[in-house]
Design a protein. Structure first.
Length: 256
């Protein structure tokens, strides 16, 4: 009997066994759920409601975000969102005791001051959620995210010439209506993680609620205290661009 012939038969049997019973394969975004770290940058637009709408109108946001999605579609993460915009309602009324009949600010040198009033704020949120329905590939689809965190908003003022001491600290604090509070957020988003790992994005709509309080406790322009709790609401949409980082050594076994 030829020993080489026996060895060849054994080798063939081993190859067939591993091909059909325990072949190892590399996971891909196209066909397998993967553990993914998502680093995101977002731009958003929002409409305030509730007590927040008393001082502000339509505003914008910029956001940085980190999410971790596991193979089961569960998501954890955190984000920081900065709010901004020329969104102050009735700015002329708030600063009417500092302006002339034409609503001009008169500085200490007898020159007109250039004052810009805008909405300024931010939120730090922790998120948890789930990929509910996959489409395109097992890592993309509709996601529900819940968030809980802290935030603040105020009337931001910019004195471009620095000639109006009435709107510099410590007098500025009597006008800025700085509110700090706790907030919750619910968002529905479509998450797209590209098969070729190039174009990765999400489009979201979100609804934020919170309870906040004016920590200054007094509004100079109204000449009265302001220490009641406020019910803040705002809703809107965001677009997020992601850089995904996949776990390096992911593999699975096909078992018959």
């Amino acid at each position: 009997m030829n020993p080489m012939h026996i060895s060849s038969n054994k080798l063939l049997i081993l190859l067939l066994f591993f091909s059909f019973y325990s072949a190892e394969a590399q996971l891909t975004t196209r066909d397998s759920a993967r553990t993914t770290q998502l680093y995101g940058l977002s731009l958003g637009v929002y409409q305030p409601a509730g007590d927040m709408a008393l001082n502000y109108r339509f505003f914008s946001s910029a956001e940085v975000e980190y999410l971790l999605k596991n193979k089961k579609g569960r998501i954890l993460g955190a984000s920081f969102k900065a709010h901004y915009g020329n969104a102050v309602k009735d700015a002329e009324g708030i600063f009417s005791n500092l302006t002339d009949d034409s609503n001009n600010f008169l500085g200490v040198n007898g020159e007109f001051s250039t004052i810009q009033a805008g909405m300024s704020g931010g939120q730090l949120m922790f998120h948890f959620g789930k990929l509910l329905s996959s489409s395109y590939n097992p890592n993309s689809g509709w996601v529900i995210l819940e968030g809980l965190g802290l935030g603040q908003h105020k009337i931001g003022l910019r004195d471009q010439r620095g000639t109006l001491p009435q709107l510099q600290s410590p007098f500025l604090e009597g006008y800025d209506r700085l509110h700090i509070g706790a907030y919750t957020n619910t968002s529905v988003r479509y998450l797209h993680l590209d098969n070729d790992e190039r174009l990765n994005w999400a489009a979201s709509i979100s609804f934020t609620t919170g309870a906040s309080k004016n920590i200054r406790g007094y509004n100079v322009d109204e000449a009265k205290s302001d220490d009641s709790m406020k019910f803040d609401l705002f809703y809107g949409g965001t677009f997020t661009w992601y850089i995904p980082v996949y776990r390096k050594q992911e593999s699975f076994y096909l078992v018959d």
